[in-house]
Design a protein around this ligand. Structure first.
Ligand SMILES: [Cu+2]
Length: 380
C-alpha cells in the first residue's frame, strides 16, 4: 500500500484471521505508514463472508476510507442467490458549497448508500422471483436500521461470516451497527418499486442541521444564532491544530452547544411559500421546484408545515439523476427520496430486460478512463 495522504496511515483488514503484523493497527501491530511510504500487506484467506477493510485512523474513516472485501465460498451457498449486492453505509458533514467533509463534526447532513444520497443512489434491479442477497456494511458514527418494503428477509450472515440456517428468522428491518456487516436474503416475490432505506427519520433526509444559522428556509421570530459555518464547526480561517482553534474545535458546535437555539412553531411568512426561502425566487437547475402542498391554515397547526420543505414535488429532480436503473419510475419520485434511501425494483421480465439493454447502451457511451482530463496514471 502506497500512502499518498499528507499524513500517516495504516490499513486494517476488518475481521480477517491473519497474522498480527498484517492487522494494520498503527503503533501496535506496525509502524504507521508515513506520507509517501509503502507497506506490503500479504496474507492467505480461509474465511467466507462479507468483510471489509478500512484505514485505522479514525478521521480517515470519517473521510470515507473503506472498501468491501467479499470472501466467496468455493461452492455457492444454498439456496443460491441470483443477485448479490453490496451497500456501504456512510455519513458525512458537508456544508453547502464545500466538497470536503468535516470529520470532527458530530452531526451529519449527508447519509449515503455507496457514496450517494437519495435520489442519486442507484436502485437494485431484480427480476420477479429471483433470490436476492444484499450485503450491508456500516462504518460511521451511527447505527442504521435498514428497512425493506414489501418483503420479509432473513439475515444469513454477519461481519463474522455465514450464519447457520437455524438462526434465520423472518424480518423486514435489520440493525446494522457501526463496524458490522449484515447479509440479508429474500425471494423477490412481490412486483413493484420497493423502498430500501435507513429508518432513522433524519437519515431519510439530506442537509440536516441544527438551527444554527440561515438555512434554506427562515421563519419570522426564529433566532438565527451563529452563522452556519461556525455553528457546524467549520473553520473560517487558520487550521485545525492552530493555537486558536485547536482547543475548541469539535466541541462548541451544533448539538447541545450554546449555539443551539430553541425554535417555536412561529408563523411562516404570508404569501407564496417559496418566498420563505432565503433566496427569493431561487431556482435550482434541474430541479422541478413546484410549490409545496401547504394548506391555507398550515400555520395554525402546531408543528406544521415541516415536511412540505423537506420532501415533496418541489424537491423532485428526476432528470438530474436520470440513469437506466431509474427508467419507468413514477414521475416525481425523486422528490421523496433522500439520505440513505433507494429502491429494490422487482420487475417483470420485459421491463427488466429493457433496463439491462439501457445499461449496456450507457456502458458503450462511457468515456475511457484514460481520457479523463486531470487524471494521472502511474504504472509500475
Ligand atoms: Cu441511519
Amino acid at each position: 500500500m502506497d500512502n499518498h495522504l499528507p499524513e500517516a496511515t495504516s490499513m486494517h483488514w476488518h475481521g480477517f484471521e491473519i497474522p498480527i503484523d498484517m492487522d494494520g493497527a498503527p503503533g501496535s501491530s506496525q509502524d504507521p505508514i508515513p506520507p509517501g511510504g509503502r507497506f506490503v500487506y500479504e496474507f492467505t484467506l480461509h474465511q467466507e463472508g462479507t468483510y471489509f477493510y478500512h484505514s485505522h485512523m479514525a478521521m480517515q474513516e470519517m473521510m470515507g476510507m473503506i472498501g468491501a472485501f467479499i470472501m466467496h465460498p468455493k461452492e455457492p451457498h444454498k439456496p443460491r442467490a441470483d443477485k448479490d449486492f453490496a451497500i456501504i453505509l456512510q455519513e458525512y458533514a458537508i456544508l453547502p458549497n464545500i466538497t470536503v467533509p468535516n470529520s470532527l463534526n458530530m452531526e451529519f447532513n449527508w447519509l449515503t448508500f455507496n457514496g450517494k444520497a437519495g435520489p442519486a443512489t442507484t436502485p437494485l434491479i431484480v427480476q420477479h422471483g429471483e433470490r436476492v442477497r444484499i450485503r450491508l456494511i456500516n462504518l460511521g458514527m451511527d447505527h442504521h436500521p435498514i428497512h425493506l418494503h414489501g418483503h420479509q428477509f432473513v439475515v444469513t450472515g454477519t461481519e463474522g461470516g455465514r450464519q447457520p440456517e437455524s438462526t434465520w428468522g423472518p424480518g423486514n428491518t435489520v440493525l446494522v451497527g457501526v463496524a458490522q456487516s449484515r447479509d440479508i436474503e429474500f425471494v423477490a416475490n412481490n412486483p413493484g418499486d420497493w423502498m430500501l432505506h435507513c429508518h432513522l427519520p433524519h437519515h431519510m433526509m439530506n442537509q440536516m442541521s441544527s438551527n444554527v444559522g440561515p438555512m434554506t428556509r427562515r421563519r419570522d421570530g426564529m433566532p438565527a444564532g451563529l452563522d452556519m459555518e461556525r455553528g457546524m464547526g467549520m473553520l473560517r480561517q487558520g487550521n485545525a491544530i492552530s493555537e486558536e482553534n485547536g482547543p475548541s474545535l469539535g466541541r462548541g458546535m451544533g448539538v447541545g452547544s450554546t449555539a443551539e437555539q430553541t425554535v417555536s412553531n412561529s408563523p411562516l411568512r404570508v404569501g407564496n411559500p417559496m418566498q420563505n426561502l432565503d433566496m427569493p425566487g431561487m431556482q435550482h437547475q434541474g430541479m422541478q421546484m413546484a410549490k409545496p402542498a401547504v394548506s391555507k391554515d398550515a400555520n395554525s397547526v402546531p408543528g406544521f408545515p415541516q415536511d412540505a420543505f423537506m420532501e415533496g414535488p418541489m424537491m423532485a429532480m428526476d432528470q438530474m439523476v436520470d440513469k437506466p436503473e431509474n427508467f419507468g419510475l413514477r414521475p416525481g419520485w425523486s422528490g421523496f427520496m433522500a439520505g440513505m434511501m433507494t429502491f429494490v425494483r422487482v420487475l417483470p421480465q420485459d421491463k427488466y430486460n429493457q433496463i439491462i439493454e439501457l445499461q449496456k447502451k450507457q456502458e458503450g457511451n462511457k468515456p475511457m478512463k484514460m481520457d479523463m482530463p486531470g487524471m494521472e496514471h502511474k504504472h509500475e
